[in-house]
Design a protein around this ligand. Structure first.
Ligand code: NAI
Length: 328
């Protein structure tokens, strides 16, 4: 057995938290030999509900779960953490404009960025799931200038996984047979699921599906999947979002499989014309706890136009939070 890893999770009393905490404690993120200490942050009014979740975590008697600590103070929750999964966020309330949402989350992610810088371990890696995830990650990174930029990422893995599921269903293949799927841009309706580099059991996906299906079904189904789940379930995707958060963090820490890549929103290095510093989704490979953008892919004209539109949206969000004084 190796030494335990401190994993901080925010929003632990929420829907995603309820699925996520049990998966982490069961070893799905760090692996079957690594004990975990959970450090859960919630807002004061949710601390009682969180106590119930902690009781259930105890009752699951999971052998890898060494300890659970809860707090409503960010610096206490992040103290010594090696991984922070920032799930808790302010949802859009009635009558709330997008600018109000950015401002409300800006305050949360500024405070949490500072607390991460002050209290987290030197090896801290951050995954932002709470929406608007890409811009929240940008805000947290701006509030923590001493933490290397590349340690801040945002979740587009759920979109990536949804794209895998749609292509598998269309081709009759197994998800495990698909490689090199990509999601570009923002985690929003402008996201760009791109199968032009994907293979299905070694055959290029573009030889197996029609362009019209990609344009009229694949892209809109993946981009609108969140809304379809709300319509069917009466509440938003939680177990699949938790599962994607696990996949993202696991691949980052433990590496992407040989011959494949994944999609992660990371701080742009300027690759593919995405302005430096924006947190945008790219195809990435991971090894030894570090990600690298897959360079040199040819972008099909349709995909390139969609990526520009999604990146324009990210730029507009950055301009809004700059105006609010939340990023430099
Ligand atoms: P939820 O509303 O059930 O839970 C959110 C929890 O966060 C609540 O318990 C709340 O008290 C807590 N919270 C709010 N502000 C906090 C703060 N400052 N510090 C600590 N905790 C705080 O929401 P759910 O379904 O769990 O979703 C969480 C977030 O994940 C939402 O922003 C949602 O939009 C986002 N999401 C992102 C996805 C992605 O692919 N990036 C997919 C699905 C959801």
């Amino acid at each position: 057995m190796t030494s335990p890893v401190d994993v901080a999770v925010t929003g632990g009393a929420g829907q995603i938290g309820y699925a996520l905490l049990f998966r982490i404690a069961a070893g799905d993120l760090l692996g079957p030999d690594v004990p975990v200490r959970l450090r859960i942050l919630e807002v004061p009014q949710a601390m009682q509900a969180l106590e119930g979740v902690v009781m259930e975590l105890q009752d699951a008697a999971l052998p890898l779960l060494e300890d659970v600590e809860t707090s409503d103070d960010a610096a206490t929750a992040f103290s010594g953490a090696s991984l922070a999964l920032l799930v808790g966020a302010r949802p859009r309330g009635p009558g709330m404009e997008r600018g109000d949402l950015l401002a409300a989350n800006g305050a949360i992610f500024t405070e949490q960025g500072r607390a991460l810088q002050d209290a987290a371990g030197d090896d801290i890696r951050i995954v932002v799931t709470g929406n608007p995830a890409n811009t929240n990650a940008l805000i947290a990174a701006s509030a923590a200038p001493d933490i290397p930029r590349e340690r801040f990422t945002a979740l587009t893995r759920l979109d990536h996984n949804r794209a895998l599921a749609q292509l598998a269903a269309r081709t009759g293949a197994r998800v495990a047979d698909i490689r090199r799927m990509t999601v570009w841009g923002n985690h929003s309706a402008t996201q760009v699921p791109d199968l032009t580099h994907a293979t299905v059991a070694g055959t290029p996906a573009t030889e197996l599906v029609e362009r019209s299906w990609v344009r009229e079904s694949f892209v809109p189904t993946v981009a609108q999947r969140g809304a379809a789940i709300i319509a069917a379930r009466g509440s938003s995707s939680a177990a699949s979002a938790a599962s994607a958060t696990i996949d993202h963090a696991r691949d980052w820490l433990r590496g992407t499989p040989e011959g494949d890549w994944t999609s992660m929103s990371v701080v742009s290095t300027g690759a593919y014309g995405v302005p430096e510093g924006l947190v945008s989704s790219f195809p990435v490979t991971c090894a030894d706890g570090a990600w690298s953008i897959v360079e040199g892919l040819e972008l099909d004209a349709d995909v390139a136009a969609q990526v520009r539109a999604s990146v324009d949206e990210l730029e507009a969000e950055r301009a809004q939070v700059r105006e609010l004084g939340l990023v430099g």
